[in-house]
Design a protein around this ligand. Structure first.
Ligand SMILES: Cc1cc2nc3c(=O)[nH]c(=O)nc-3n(C[C@H](O)[C@H](O)[C@H](O)COP(=O)(O)OP(=O)(O)OC[C@H]3O[C@@H](n4cnc5c(N)ncnc54)[C@H](O)[C@@H]3O)c2cc1C
Length: 386
């Protein structure tokens, strides 16, 4: 059955299990997140107990198999990301970082002992992870990283600073990428290790219901087996980003859907010049454009999800999805903001919160410019990065 929020009846393209996961996540967001999220955003906090609730629902590392993970398909993971981000991009960011940036590298590149030690508790939300790649001087170009790892007897010594790290200040374990003689390596750093410290980044006006921190490694001594043994080089962190970017393709459409729903409801009830503002052609044009992009973006996410489940999805296709869906979600949020007039700038409605959040989503996991360059290189064979 088509509705204004599922105009193309995409629901029919989902399996019973996929619908169940979507509906369970949507119910959680409706009951536990929406009544509180404006306050979290205003106060700049992410309630830590949400981690266990998400874990209890099987939403952390849900697309991974074994070690207490739910083992769903990629489409189910995407649908959950969409519903979480319809609540708030900060909530989806938490789940993306935990599942795709912290658990995925352990699951994919870790030793059996590392997997047993960390993954079950991370899937349950008892242990929180973060992913340290970006540095103060190396964002879009992480390959230039200065954080170093050098051997000291049987141990490793890590030195450097990571910047803009989601979950950093609340993490129990940090996946830190550092340069060693053999190339870039990934390390599992328990956050109570001497020489490891965090400093939260305050005063941000986007993703406020998410903790973002600086990680400081000052002669941080780790045992020899703290390194992820199965990967070296930038392939490691980039493969993790590819997983997380896939979730963003879906998630952005959740934020967009929430903005569209808010604007549509407002347009039919707000009266100016003796009629609902939804009766004006200019408002209808905005709503129609929003519906078109929301429908196309969600269909694109589903198509890319089916390709991922077939093992055919390439990083360039993920770039196309991230570039389009975040860009369009931001346009939808901004158009929705105008429909709400002055109410659109308050936290009484979700729109300005989503619009501000999407500014971060546009920037992290590869800026829109970087994804354009990835597509440009795929098309022309020419590297325009430097
Ligand atoms: C809220 C938030 C959470 C984050 N969470 C994490 C996390 O958990 N872990 C992590 O490692 N990082 C995280 N990041 C960091 C994020 O990935 C970086 O901010 C992003 O990669 C961009 O880097 P930068 O901010 O240094 O910008 P820069 O790289 O300095 O870019 C600035 C501008 O220049 C443009 N630019 C750069 N190079 C080129 C080029 N070759 N051609 C054209 N334009 C170019 C960019 O597109 C951008 O518009 C987070 C960021 C935010 C805002």
């Amino acid at each position: 059955m088509t509705t204004e929020l599922d105009f193309l009846d995409l629901d029919r393209l989902l399996s019973e299990e996929e619908r169940l996961i979507r509906d369970t996540t949507r119910g959680f967001v409706t009951d536990k997140v929406l009544p509180e999220v404006a306050g979290w955003f205003e106060r700049g906090e992410f309630p830590r107990e949400l981690a266990k609730e998400l874990g209890g629902l099987g939403l952390l590392g849900m697309h991974l198999h074994g070690y207490g993970c739910a083992g769903t398909n990629a489409v189910s993971y995407g649908l959950a990301a969409l519903e979480l981000e319809a609540g708030d991009s900060g909530l989806r960011s938490f789940a993306s970082v935990q599942g795709s940036l912290a658990m995925f590298p352990i699951w994919r590149y870790g030793s059996e002992e590392q997997k047993q030690r960390w993954l079950p508790r991370m899937a349950a939300g008892e242990v929180i992870g973060c992913f340290g790649l970006t540095e103060p001087d190396f964002g879009s170009n992480p390959a230039g990283m200065r954080t170093s790892a050098r051997r000291d007897g049987g141990d490793w010594l890590l030195n450097g600073t990571k910047m803009w790290i989601t979950n950093g200040g609340i993490a129990d374990v940090a996946v830190v990428w550092a340069r060693a003689d053999e190339g870039v390596l990934g390390f599992l750093v328990p956050t109570d290790t001497p020489g490891f410290a965090t400093r939260d980044i305050d005063r941000k006006l986007s993703l406020r219901a998410s903790v973002t921190s600086e990680l400081i490694l000052d002669d941080c001594r780790l045992p020899g087996d703290a390194v992820l043994p199965e990967v070296h080089g930038m392939r490691g962190p980039l493969s993790c980003l590819n997983e997380a970017r896939y979730g963003i393709i879906w998630g952005a459409m959740g934020a967009a859907r929430a903005c569209f729903a808010s604007a549509l409801a407002y347009a039919t009830t707000r009266v100016q010049f003796d009629r609902p503002i939804g009766g004006f052609q200019l408002t209808q044009q905005k709503l129609a454009d929003m519906l078109v992009e929301l429908s196309k973006g969600t269909l694109l996410a589903l198509h890319l999800g089916r390709m991922k489940d077939d093992g055919r999805l390439t990083p360039e296709q993920v770039s196309l999805g991230k570039l389009n869906n975040v860009r369009e979600a931001l346009q939808i949020a901004r158009a929705a903001r105008t429909i709400l007039g002055a109410n659109g700038v308050t936290l009484e409605y979700p729109v300005i919160r989503h619009a501000n959040n999407l500014e971060s989503v546009l920037t992290y996991e590869g800026t829109s410019e970087i994804h354009s360059l990835i597509l440009g290189q795929a098309l022309t064979g020419l590297d325009a990065f430097q």
